[in-house]
Design a binder for this molecule. Sequence first.
Ligand code: AMP
Length: 585
Amino acid sequence: MTPSIITKQPDGRTPPCLRTHAEACREFRWEAVRAEMSPLPGGRKGLNIAHQAVDRHAEQTPDGEAFRFVRADGSVASMTWGDLRSETNRFANALACLGVEAEDRVFSLLGRRAELYVTALGTLKHLAMFCPLFSAFGPEPLLERLNRGRAKVLVTSEKLFRRKIEPIRDRLKSIETILLVDGDGGSDPSILDYRSALEAGSNQYEIPDTDPEDMALLHFTSGTTGQPKAAVHVHEAVLNLDVSARYALDLHPADVFWCTADPGWVTGVSYGIIAPLVVGCTVVVDEGELDADRWYGILQDQRVTVWYTAPTAIRWLMRLGIEASRPYDLSHLRYMASVGEPLNPEAVRWGVEAFGKPFHDTWWQTETGAIMISNYRTTTVKPGSMGLTMPGIEASVVHRVASDDLEFVKEPDVEGELALRAGWPSMFRAYLDNDAAYARCFRKGWYLTGDLVRRDAQGYFWFVGRADDLIKSAGHRIGPFEVESILLEHEAVAEAAAFGKPDPISGQVVKAAISLSPGHMPTQALERDIMAHARKRLGAAVAPREIEFLDDLPKTRSGKILRRLLQEREREIYAATFPDTEEAP
Ligand code: AMP
C-alpha cells in the first residue's frame, strides 16, 4: 500500500526559507519584496533584472562562483560573479556599438554554453529584450519566431547557423547582425565574430535607469490556433522569480543549483539563469545530453544541493531502475522539484525510494512568468498534486459562463479552469502585436490559464487536463496548428490533425491523423516521406512521431476538426495497453 501523503524528515542543516505556508500567505506584501531589492548604483532609478542577478553579487563577492559549466567531455569550467559582470558588460557595450536600443530584440540560438548566459544577461543590462530559441527547432519554427519577434541581433554558433539559419536567411526580415560564437561570416558584413565584438568594447557598463515596467523578456509559446504567440515580460518579474526561488525551491545563497531545463524555453531562462542568480547560488549548467550515468555523476561530483527537473526526465531515470543510482553518493542533494507537465504520483514516490526525498511538483506557464502553485519544503506532499498557491498569488477554480462572466467554484473537488487574480509582478504584459488574444485571457480581473484542475478541501490543486488542444511533449508546449500547417504543405496531405498521444516517458508525443488528397495511397513509403518533410521543416522536437491515415477526420457540424476525439481514442488505447498505470498522461 503506497502512502497518500508524504511526511518528510526535517533537514537540520539548512533552515527552510518558508517556515509556515499559511502565515506567509497572510502576511505577504509585494511592497516588502520590492523594498528588499538592491537599488541601482549611482542614484540611478528603477529595478533591473541583471543588476539583481549579477552586478550586486559581483560587487560583494567578485570571486564567488556564479556558473559551473560541465562540458560534454566532462571537464568543468567556472565563471565567477566578477567574470560574469565583465562579460555581460562587454556584451551590453557590443550591443550599444551595434546600434541596439531599448526594447530591440536580441535572440539566441545556442546550446547550453557560456555565451548564451552572457547574451541573456548582457541584453537585460542594455534594456533590450532577450528571446531564446530552442536549438532543436527546425528552420520553419525559427523563421516564424525571428520574423514575428522582429529580431535585430541573433547570437548563434557556426553549426546551427549553417544548418538552420542559412536556408532561411533571405526570408529573415529584420535581422541586422548575426554574432557567431565560434566562427566568422567570411565576407558577409552582417555576420560578426562574437568574441571580437566583445573584446572591442570596455568591460565597464553602467546599467541605465530601468523602469520596472520596461520590457525584458520575450517568450514564444504555442496556442491551439494560429502561429505561436510571444509573451512579453518586464523587469519587475524579478520579484516573483526571487520569491519563488526561495519559497518553492528553497534556494539559499550557499546552494549549488541545477535546473535541467534547456534555456531555449521559459523554465531554462527563468529558473536556469535568473532566479538562482538573484538568490546568489552557484548555477550548474550541463552542456551534454540526458544520460543516467552523466546525470547521477553531475549530482554527485558537483555536489548539487537543489535539483529542478521535469517529469519526462524523472520517468526516464525510473525506467532504468533505482540500481543505476546506487553507486553514486548523492548525500549533498537536499531538495528536488519538478515542473512542466503532470508529475505522476509514482514518480514522487520513486524520489523517496531512490533519493530519500520526494520530488516537489511546481506549476506555472509561460504567461505567468514564475511559479504560481507549488509543494514546499515545509508542507506535506500529496503525490499527484501540484500543491498550494505561492504566497502573493490568489488562485481560484472557475467556470466560464455566458460570454464574459465567471462562476467561482466554492466546493472542494469540483473540476473547473484554474484562474489567477491578475496583477502579480511576473504576469505577462502582452502577446506581442496581438492585443485581442491577450484580452481573451482575462475576465473580471482574473487571468484564465486554460488548465483544468480541482482543488481539495485543504487547498491543494490537482491537474486534470488542458481545456484546449495544446500538446505537451517532454515538457515542450506544442501548438497543433503549427504542425498541421507544415503537414498541409505536402502534396499528398488533404487534411491534418495534430494531437497528443499518451506516452509513458514523454507524457505525450505528437501524433498526426491525415486524410490524403485524391490519387494518393496510404503506403509506408508515403508515410516516411511525410515524416521526413515534417522533420526537416519543423525539427525533431516538434514534428509528429507517428502518422495515421484516415479516410475522413472527425469534425464538428461547422467543419472544425475534432482533435479532442482523436486524442480521447489514444487515451483509451493507452489505458487498455497499460492497465496498471495511473491515468494516461
Ligand atoms: P509552458 O508555458 O510551455 O511552460 O506550458 C505551461 C503548461 O504546462 C501549463 O499550462 C500546463 O498545462 C503544463 N504544466 C506546467 N507545469 C505543470 C504541472 N506541474 N502539472 C501539470 N501540468 C503542468
